[in-house]
Design a binder for this molecule. Structure first.
Ligand SMILES: Nc1ncnc2c1ncn2[C@@H]1O[C@H](COP(=O)(O)OP(=O)(O)OP(=O)(O)O)[C@@H](O)[C@H]1O
Length: 838
């Protein structure tokens, strides 16, 4: 290291030509200022005190995962000097540790530097070294409370110092953790993730069972295979170690339920795939060993097995029981409403809203207001929103002391919440926000639900219920108190939730829960041909005549264009341009929907083509380029991460309004980092100022049908081809009736379909494959158990009358916990009932 850095630490150091990066080295210095900190990552300005490389200014900027650093403290930094193309020479540190005072004098200086409200600094420092000797500081880092042994110390000073040593001890263990994890090969992101999850227990967990990392964190990307490589290569864990086999089984049970969408998997598949995963590089584990460990996991209730074949991850097993039990508890607290008053209220609302409800609608409103839990399902235009408005207005009339703030309207996604707020005018939020959760909460954290915001005494309406997963619904119910009324609204024929489960479908299959199915289509007018098409798709009654070539198609707002996948991008581009020029349709109002990301009609290639066609790059306009591709002013983009703070949610679609700053590549190949981008989301402008914010944006000329759930667009364009059915695995999981139904029902005005007519017919004729779940079975079981208990209670009370003086055991109330504890048989009352009966 020969050259000198010119600027001080506050301004970026100028780039110096021909300066090479040093090898690993270290230096000691005092942190003067924390310039930036996020999680464990810091950028700090340090005054250099003792460097073992040549450095002729007294300051240096240090970056890296440092863990805990405090301004004013002295540290030894390990790392290397790097020549950052933007900021010049810096020290890239892979860890640091505090330089601790070894004498009373240096401890005094150290304490003074922290500006603590100590009464007698020098005296306290001397007393510490007199009492504990040379290793005083090291000792107190391990046992901060031993300071209380010094009886002569000022009591107030003693408390302040105990607190300080606790903090310092945390800081030093943080840097040890970071260094060890990094040394093992965990990336910075995973080090952060591990530290967030376990804090200072991270190394203890690593030493006890490294596979726990994958079990807890695989949903954030830390997979079994990543941990396994480190565990085997660096921690010496044997291939047939029980922790390894159990880790593989637990991770796989989660993976498979997530992939397949069910709440359980087949034991044969679990065993076979676990063995494959464990013998990935060499044969080390046989089937018998895997079976033995599965048995242990079942005994420890980390997995559950039923029918000899179905294996459930504990979180999903418990969530299903919890849903059944909570719903049972809710319904056990009936609502008393005067029938005549109810009829009167509904009539008043009908007059007030100037709408003539039909009989089914009146019954639905009345049923909703007289039930603790009630469900409404129906296709597009069948009056769900109309009824929902009727319920809310009637509720407010029925209970004059309630206001709109007692009506909670929620949806599983931010986008769906916005949509329902738009049509009802009632404030709507996501379920997560209502419960005070973040999307970072894992399934276990959600189920533990310690810090949930309780919902009491309100009318709670969940819209787009088909998108609600098992875990999320169980979490919601655990926050709902028994004096609430719960109304679940949705279209059960749409795609189920992204996460495991098909809650709405399973609840509707249980006829003891009040429910209303709407089938009469009220929406009339230009789009009337689209809703009947959706209905026929749903019934599998679509034939090729529905997809006759354009001239023969008599529906103005529904067109089919036969084309090959080679020209589909061009055709779609022409259609969009036609809608824009002839019908003055905005880009935001035209949405292309496709089943997959890949392939000629997948989102990736269509987005690229449509960007080039509809928003070509010009010399004057700046663009933002990253490894994901290019973003330009005027591009239609989608936010892919929830950001509740800035009120922008996964699935929100907007248009890029401005791109400014040095990040812009304007024909200039030099890479720069500062950036400012503004995106207009339906009138709300959101700024993006960092590359890690922009990463959340994707082109959205085209999106997957799954992603479009919970939203509508005036013009929807759907390409579908025969060759998409060739890939058996994708077909099995995706190309079914409910996919096409969901796509078609996303339009509010016009529908354009392109491709092979047979592909549309085949998709419609492939019946929806329901997921492997047990919620309906749980509901039947909980209700039956409760009936059995009630009967037992009645018999017991009769007996009691007959046998005076005999003490009878009070019948208990069945809880999910009792089933989980195996205090009662979950199959009680289920004799002779088959899955088909649901
Ligand atoms: N009883 C009724 N009499 C007249 N019009 C009705 C009646 N019920 C509903 N409508 C009308 O039918 C149309 C569709 O109703 P609504 O929007 O409530 O259906 P929806 O099921 O919520 O549809 P989507 O799921 O597509 O949003 C609306 O214009 C509504 O005003």
């Amino acid at each position: 290291m020969a050259k000198k850095a010119q600027a001080d630490y506050n301004t970026p150091i100028q780039h110096l030509a021909n300066v090479t990066t040093t090898g690993p080295t270290s230096f000691t210095g005092t942190v003067e200022r924390v310039i930036f900190n996020r999680g464990l990552f810091f950028i700090v300005a340090v005054s250099v005190e003792d460097a073992n490389f040549e450095w002729d200014t007294d300051k240096i900027t240090v970056t890296g995962q440092l863990g805990e650093v405090n301004e004013g403290d002295q540290y030894e930094f390990d790392g290397r000097v790097v020549d950052n193309p933007c900021y010049g020479l810096q020290f890239n540190s892979n860890g640091c540790h505090a330089v601790l005072p070894h004498t009373a004098k240096t401890l005094t200086r150290f304490l003074r530097g922290r500006h603590l409200p100590l009464n007698h600094v020098a005296t306290a420092a001397r007393q510490i070294f007199d009492h504990f000797g040379k290793e005083a500081v090291n000792h107190l880092l391990e046992q901060p409370t031993d300071l209380a042994e010094i009886k002569t110390m000022d009591a107030a000073d003693q408390q302040i110092l105990i607190k300080l040593f606790k903090q310092l001890s945390f800081g030093s263990s943080t840097s040890q953790i970071i260094q060890r994890l990094k040394g093992l090969g965990f990336s910075e992101r995973f080090v952060n993730l591990i530290f967030d999850q376990y804090g200072t227990r991270a190394l203890q967990i690593l030493d006890d069972n490294p596979y726990q990392y994958a079990v807890d964190l695989q949903e954030w990307g830390l997979t079994f295979l990543m941990v396994d490589q480190i565990a085997q290569e660096s921690l010496g864990i044997a291939g047939d170690d029980a922790r390894r086999i159990q880790g593989a089984l637990l991770c796989l049970a989660d993976d498979l339920t997530n992939q397949q969408g069910g709440t359980y998997v087949q034991v044969s598949q679990l065993l076979q795939q676990a063995q494959q995963r464990l013998n990935f590089t060499k044969l080390t584990v046989d089937q018998g060993q895997v079976q033995t460990q599965l048995q242990i996991l079942l005994e420890d209730k980390r997995l559950y097995q039923e029918n000899g074949t179905d294996v459930y991850p504990a979180s999903l097993y418990q969530a299903e029981w919890q849903i059944a039990q909570e719903l049972h508890d809710l319904t056990a607290n009936p609502i008393e409403v005067d029938e005549d008053q109810l009829t009167e209220v509904v009539k008043t609302v009908s007059d007030q809203q100037d709408i003539q409800y039909d009989e089914i609608q009146i019954d639905a409103i009345k049923l909703a207001l007289s039930s603790r839990v009630m469900m409404i399902t129906g296709g597009p235009g069948t009056g769900k929103t109309t009824i929902l408005n009727g319920i809310v207005q009637s509720y407010l009339r029925l209970y004059p002391d309630k206001t709109e703030s007692n009506v909670r309207l929620v949806a599983p996604t931010g986008r769906a919440a916005k949509q329902i707020n738009g049509v009802t005018g009632i404030d709507a939020s996501t379920i997560h926000r209502l419960l005070g959760l973040t999307l970072d909460n894992s399934a276990e954290e959600l189920l533990q639900g310690n810090d949930l915001t309780a919902i009491s005494g309100d009318l709670l309406i969940v819209d787009e219920m088909s998108m609600t997963s098992t875990i999320l619904f169980a979490t919601l119910l655990s926050a709902v108190e028994n004096n609430c009324q719960l109304i679940l609204v949705g279209d059960v024929d749409q795609l189920p939730s992204v996460g495991p489960g098909q809650v709405f479908h399973d609840l509707l299959a249980f006829d003891q829960l009040p429910q209303c199915r709407l089938s009469h289509i009220y929406r009339q007018g230009d789009d009337s041909s689209i809703i009947p098409l959706a209905q026929r798709i749903n019934q599998g009654q679509v034939d090729p005549v529905f997809f006759a070539p354009t001239p023969a198609n008599r529906y103005a707002r529904r067109q089919f264009i036969r084309c090959s996948s080679q020209v589909v991008a061009r055709r779609i581009g022409e259609i969009i341009q036609l809608y824009q020029s002839k019908y003055q349709q905005q880009l935001m109002d035209i949405q292309v929907l496709t089943p997959f990301h890949g392939g000629a009609s997948g989102t990736d290639s269509l987005n690229q083509y449509l960007q080039e066609l509809l928003n070509p790059v010009t010399d004057q306009q700046p663009v933002y380029r990253s490894s994901q591709g290019e973003l330009r002013i005027g591009d239609k983009v989608m936010q892919t991460i929830n950001d509740a703070e800035r009120n922008v949610f996964n699935g929100d679609v907007g248009i890029i309004k401005t791109i400014e700053g040095n990040a812009v590549l304007n024909g200039d190949s030099q890479e720069k980092f500062s950036l400012k981008m503004t995106v207009d989301f339906d009138g709300q402008e959101i700024e993006y100022e960092r590359p890690n914010q922009v990463v959340a944006l994707q082109l959205a000329y085209c999106m997957t049908i799954h992603k479009s759930q919970g939203s509508q667009s005036p013009v929807v364009i759907i390409p579908l081809f025969n060759d998409q059915f060739y890939s058996a695995s994708q077909h099995e999981t995706i190309l079914h009736r409910n996919l096409l139904y969901t796509a078609v029902t996303r339009t509010s005005r016009a529908l354009m379909m392109l491709g092979d007519p047979e592909a549309f017919v085949q998709c419609s004729q492939s019946p929806t494959v329901y997921r492997a779940t047990s919620l309906t079975k749980r509901l039947v079981s909980v209700w039956k158990n409760s009936e059995a208990k009630e009967t037992a209670s009645q018999v017991a009370s009769e007996d009691r009358k007959d046998a005076q003086g005999v003490q009878l055991k009070r019948p208990g109330v069945l809880t999910a916990q009792m089933v989980l504890n195996e205090e009662v048989d979950p199959m009680i009352g289920m004799t002779g009932i088959k899955p088909q009966d649901f």
